[in-house]
Every structure is written in C-alpha cells, then in structure tokens.
Design a protein around this ligand. Structure first.
Ligand code: AKB
Length: 342
C-alpha cells in the first residue's frame, strides 16, 4: 500500500506546536501527523491528519508511524524546557537528547526508505550560550552563533549537543564505519529566544516571566516576576517564530551556510514588559520577587543575538517589534481569549 507523504510534528501539544499546526493547516498544502505524550486540544487535533499519543522514545510507535506514512519533513519540538530540566536533569537528558537521537535515526531510516533527504527542523535555544558573568554579558551585546557556546544548564547542554548530533547525521553519518551509509537527514536548527504566545500559556521555561506576566494581568490575577526589573534577554512573538521555522524548512540547502541560526526580534527588560502590560491593564498587580536560581539561568543567556546569518541565508525578517507585538498581536488576542473564557 502506498504510504501517504506527511509532515511529522513531535511535541505538537506545546506552545510552538499550537502555532505551527494552526499555520500549516491554514496553508492546507501538507498533511500533518503529530506525536505527543498527551492528546492535542480538540481545536488543534481536528486540524491534523493523524494524532499519535506516546513517547518519542517508543521505537515500536515510531515504526508504526514509519509503516503508515512517508515523512519528508520533521519539526521535532518535544523537549523539557530550562527550569524543569534543572529539577529533573536525567529525565531532561532522556527526553531532550535520547529522544532527539531516536528521531534522527528514525529520519535517517525514513530517508533511506524513500530515497530522499528528510528535512529535520530543530528548535535550539539561546540556552545554548553561557555568558560567564554580568560584565562579559554587558560587553558582549549581540552574540554571534560561534561565541560563548558554554551552556551552564542541562537544557542548554542538551540543545547544543543536539545541534552537534544533527550535524553528525547530516554530514558525517557512519562515514568512518566499515560500511559507510549515505546521510539522509537534512538537519537545520534555530536558536530561539524567549517566545511569547497569545494562544497558550508557557510551562517549565525560564523566559516564561514575560508571557506569565501578560496572561496573569489579562486574567486579573496578581503576579510576581521571578527576575530582576533590569533583566534583559531576546524575545519574539510566536507568529514570527512559526514563520521562521517554515522559512528555514523551505530554504534551498545550497543557501544555508550554517546548521544553527540565531533569530531575534526585541529584547526588553522585565520592567519594560511590566510597563507595557500596565498600559493595557492599568489595575494589574505586578511585583518582583527574584528567584535566584532562575535569575542565574537567565543571567547566563545573552542580552541580545546577532541574527545576520538568518537574514542573509534564508531571509528571516520578523514582523513584530516590541510595541507591535503587544499592541497588534498579544493584547487583542489575549483580551479576546479571556473575554470568551468568561
Ligand atoms: C526556556 O525558557 O527554557 C525556553 C527557551 C528560552 O529556550 N523558552
């Protein structure tokens, strides 16, 4: 029986998955198969061709997917984020690294079976960087991809190592073995900044203070930001993150000069975000109560990133700056979301 060509999205129930499935379904050009530990929300589940529930570590489950579908493109989103990974580092390694290795091997076998490379798009992170101290961080400014790649969190180590794993599968797979095999994985990665979605609330990340602050204000709930007011890291509105994934996936291989790309859009301080939220919700009760462990994670990340390579190689060009992200995306959509929730 002919297998159906599809796009595979792992971790589909997460924040990026929610935006990516909605955007891909709207274009209607590709059939979507998803894999996550739990069922998708019904309004997202109805947009996909097939929804598998289970672990990316389940070989038998992956074999079932391989038997029924022909996969040309993988968006491997399944991961434990930075704060949660510090509480459960071994599980983080199992999910973030062993899960990615399992998927890369799956993509290699899929590419061998249908004779074409499988494009494997991987969401890395600014967590792949490790700035040693505040002075170095301030002096570094917009960090380039090849600078300060000494992460100090399990999540950051996972993300950086998986970039290297992907490069191995794309360029060096079994080249030094007794029986060299042709690589069938076309691996591409984006080092995402903090992402802010109007459609979903975050979980387990250390950049979550921005979306948490906004969603709490919209729900009329008090919120204590867990980083200092002067804390500054790069952020991006979720629609721009999704467009970047699609642009990188569609870019001709010959245009790409790197495996992992920085992208950025705006880098407000936590106080800048609070002030913007108060403009929209003047009665919002937003305080600061520093969580020094989480502050330490954010302080190891760059204040900003140099995304010149993404702009040059595959025409990355975000639509939302800080003001527009709030005024034209976040506030209208979040108001609507909580107004309809009643
Ligand atoms: C996190 O906070 O862990 C993620 C990230 C910046 O990769 N949102």
């Amino acid at each position: 029986m002919m297998r159906k060509p599809v796009v595979l999205i792992t971790g589909a129930g997460g924040e990026i998955g929610h935006g990516l499935i909605t955007r891909l379904a709207a274009s209607g050009r590709q059939r979507l198969v998803t894999l996550d530990l739990t069922r998708l929300e019904p309004e997202i589940g109805r947009l996909v061709t097939r929804e598998f529930t289970g672990s990316i570590l389940d070989q038998a489950l992956l074999e079932r997917i391989l038997a029924e579908f022909e996969i040309d493109l993988v968006f491997h989103l399944a991961a434990l984020l930075s704060t949660r990974s510090e509480f459960t580092p071994v599980m983080a390694h199992q999910v973030n690294v062993e899960g990615t290795l399992t998927l890369l091997e799956f993509a290699q076998k899929e590419g061998e079976s249908h004779g074409r490379p499988v494009i494997f798009v991987y969401p890395s992170s600014i967590a792949a960087y490790g700035l040693p101290d505040a002075e170095t961080r301030a002096a570094a400014g917009r960090v380039h991809e090849d600078q300060f790649t000494q992460p100090t969190t399990m999540y950051g180590c996972n993300k950086l190592y998986c970039e290297l794993l992907g490069t191995y599968y794309a360029r060096h797979y079994k080249q030094l073995s007794a029986a060299p095999a042709a690589s069938r994985v076309d691996f591409r990665a984006i080092r995402f900044p903090g992402l802010i979605s109007a459609a979903t609330a975050p979980s387990g990340g250390t950049s979550d203070y921005a979306p948490e602050m906004i969603h709490a204000a919209a729900r009329g709930e008090p919120y204590d930001c867990f980083v200092r007011p002067d804390t500054r890291i790069p952020f991006m509105a979720m629609p721009d993150a999704v467009e970047a994934l699609l642009k990188l996936a569609a870019a001709p291989r010959w245009q790409l000069t790197r495996t992992a790309y920085n992208i950025g859009a705006f880098n407000p301080s936590a106080e800048d975000i609070r002030a913007k939220v108060l403009q929209a919700f003047p009665d919002a009760a937003i305080g600061f109560e520093v969580d020094h462990k989480r502050q330490g994670i954010v302080d190891s990340w760059p204040e900003d990133v140099d995304d010149g390579a993404a702009r040059a190689d595959w025409h990355f060009d975000p639509s939302f700056d800080f003001a527009r992200a709030f005024d034209e995306y976040l506030m209208p959509a979040i108001r609507a979301r909580y107004a309809s929730a009643g």
